[in-house]
Design a protein around this ligand. Structure first.
Ligand code: ADP
Ligand code: MG
Length: 238
């Protein structure tokens, strides 16, 4: 579970060829970071994998199944949005339980799964609060909790920390890395932040104008960048 393969995947919006053609293998359990400048197609690529956009060409294979023919809800993936995507009028408990309620899971199982997720994320004491009564980091953990309860074969994060302040970002970065070590589930993490990429990734995918410039471990990209773009991007924090 959790392997994702892209074969000649392309995406066109009107006249704009945002993703010309991408081939990529993501292995089960890997922490993969998509990094690149704003507008290079990171979110589009993630949305194609999640099924929130249809591919214009090529194929996405998830756990051996052609995702192009699989509804987004059947792909076994959970997307984590920024923390402001929480329902403000619902308690933490109900925010986390929401996807399970939608799926018709029975109450005892919902309670058990919410309790498990809350334990992993240190939210047990906050379950009856509303999002506005939480810190930014706690809200982000609730957003992650909503993904965890679905036991996805992969988590997809789109710049989940970009609206947190710098100190909190460092904390959350460590928490997400620890979560990955605990769950050992595939994670795809989109960021334009080189430091996040270098510290969190097993494998970094450097994107530029919808093309992959290089794929490799942080060490490989740092010590053997294929071109000046990669060297500049990985080498110089902005
Ligand atoms: P990133 O996440 O790396 O900042 P995006 O994937 O959001 O980049 O966008 C890549 C390019 O595709 C941008 O030029 C953006 O304007 C364009 N784009 C993204 N979504 C749409 C859309 N729904 N319609 C038209 N153009 C889009
Ligand atoms: Mg984006």
């Amino acid at each position: 579970m959790g392997s994702i393969t892209l074969q000649k995947v392309s995406k066109v919006f009107g006249e704009a060829k945002v993703i010309p053609s991408i081939d990529l293998d993501i292995n089960d359990g890997e922490f993969v970071v998509f990094v690149g400048p704003s507008g290079c197609g990171k979110s589009t690529l993630l949305r194609l994998i999640a099924g929130l956009e249809d591919v214009s060409g090529g194929k996405i294979v998830i756990d051996g199944r052609d995702a192009t023919e699989t509804a987004p809800s059947e792909r076994g993936l959970a997307m984590v949005f920024q923390s402001y995507a929480l329902y403000p009028h619902m308690s933490v408990r109900n925010n986390i339980a929401f996807p399970l309620k939608m799926a018709g899971v029975d109450k005892a199982e919902i309670d058990r799964k919410v309790a498990d997720a809350a334990r992993v994320l240190n939210l047990t004491d906050y379950l009856e609060r509303k999002p506005r009564q939480l810190s930014g980091g706690q809200r982000q953990r609730v957003a992650i909790g909503r993904a965890i309860v679905r036991q996805p074969s992969a988590f997809l994060f789109d710049e989940p920390l970009s609206n947190l302040d710098a100190a909190l970002r460092v904390n959350m970065r460590l928490e997400i890395s620890e979560l990955h070590q605990q769950l050992k589930t595939t994670m795809i993490y989109v960021t334009h932040d080189q430091v996040e990429a270098m510290t969190m990734a097993d494998k970094i995918v450097v994107l530029n104008r919808g093309n992959i410039e290089q794929v490799g471990s942080p060490l490989e990209l740092y010590s053997r960048p294929r071109n000046l773009f990669v060297a500049g991007f990985i080498g110089s924090p902005k």
